[in-house]
Ligand binder design. Structure first.
Ligand SMILES: Nc1nc2c(ncn2[C@@H]2O[C@H](COP(=O)(O)OP(=O)(O)O)[C@@H](O)[C@H]2O)c(=O)[nH]1
Ligand SMILES: [Mg+2]
Ligand SMILES: [Zn+2]
Length: 314
């Protein structure tokens, strides 16, 4: 019997699990006993480390999924069933969908101009990363388009909060080496609105990827089984990049409004000084967080994102 090999799942498609082996994707299926368990992303997902045995004609069999170091998941939309009468809400309305196993970091990519950054959307990404305790690197692309100092305000805002922000330009090459360093040797999830230059940045670092640029195809979020992450790119050994078709709804599993305050790091110094405990920091008198936002000690735009997410859901 051959010894099982160790590999990483780089693509999942219709019951086929592709494992990277010497730069080649091997089409694997699951060992029978694993199949009897629920065959969904909770068991195996892109990024999983597996033990597999080579089979016939370039195929393989997955013997075991190794323990995960981290996981990125989202709340899948509830099934489209008719709402029962009488106000009864059935339990388990939402199911967890694992976007990816073993991510090391999330790169939140935005452009300084064209399109203009949307702080609420960026804050959603950041809250999601804080919630799963994944390190974040922000990338402020299209610096070549900057004309006024004001165009850099948003980058300064996030730097001021303690996030790493790498200014980049595909046009001039600025920041590309720094970006390369950030990606090398890790599994990174790239996310950000469409049109900000995600594919262009990857092509600039690794031209052989030859990703499509400027496509307007909108990612639609139609159901539980939407493929959120198509595949892991492996542009160089041990470097994995998740090719996300624009994670529009980067909703994560189980973020209650009451937990939200913990995911805004700059709120921390004020949390225990509100007049009421618990305080939602939305309407209570004597709220230290709101007072800090009114003084500008907490950036007002961040406080606004907080209240929006609190009221309308994450
Ligand atoms: N001026 C400028 N345009 C860029 C830059 N990066 C990407 N673009 C352009 O922005 C558009 C969207 O790029 P794309 O990589 O498809 O964005 P994605 O949707 O995030 O993958 C394309 O027309 C690119 O040529 C940049 O650094 N500067
Ligand atoms: Mg793209
Ligand atoms: Zn408060």
């Amino acid at each position: 019997m051959t010894e099982p090999k160790r590999g990483v799942i780089v693509r999942v498609h219709g019951g086929h699990y592709y494992v990277l082996d010497d730069g080649r994707e091997v089409d694997c299926s699951m060992r029978g006993r694993m199949k009897r368990e629920r065959l969904d992303t909770k068991i195996i997902a892109i990024g999983d480390d597996v033990l597999w045995t080579p089979g016939e004609e370039g195929t393989g069999i997955i013997e075991e999924v190794l323990p995960r170091r981290s996981v990125l998941s989202r709340q899948a939309p509830p099934p489209r069933t008719r709402r029962p009468r009488g106000g009864y809400t059935p339990p388990e309305q939402h199911t967890e969908q694992v976007i990816m196993a073993n991510p090391d970091q999330v790169l939140v990519i935005f452009s300084l101009l064209n399109p203009h950054p949307n702080p609420l959307m960026l804050d959603r990404y950041l809250v999601a990363c804080e919630a799963v305790e994944l390190p974040v690197v922000m990338v402020a692309n299209k610096v070549d388009l900057v004309e006024d100092e004001e165009d850099l305000d948003i980058a300064r805002l996030y730097e001021g909060l303690g996030y790493t922000v790498i200014p980049t330009s595909v046009t001039t090459g600025e920041g590309l080496e720094t970006l390369h360093e950030a990606l090398r040797g890790r599994l990174s999830v790239l996310t950000g609105p469409s049109g900000v230059g995600k594919s262009s940045l990857l092509n600039a670092l690794w031209p052989e990827l030859d990703l499509e640029v400027g496509e307007v195809s909108e990612y639609t979020d139609k159901g539980t089984h939407t493929t959120v992450v198509a595949r892991l790119l492996t542009p160089e050994p041990d470097t994995f990049v998740a090719d996300t078709p624009g994670l529009r709804t980067f909703r994560l599993w189980d973020i209650d409004p009451e937990q939200l305050e913990a995911f805004f790091p700059e709120f921390e110094p004020y949390l225990n000084t509100c007049q009421f405990t618990p305080c939602t920091h939305t309407h209570e008198p004597g709220c230290a967080v709101r007072a800090a936002a009114e003084r500008g000690d907490i950036p007002p735009v961040r406080y606004e994102s907080y209240t929006r997410m609190f009221d309308y859901g994450f």
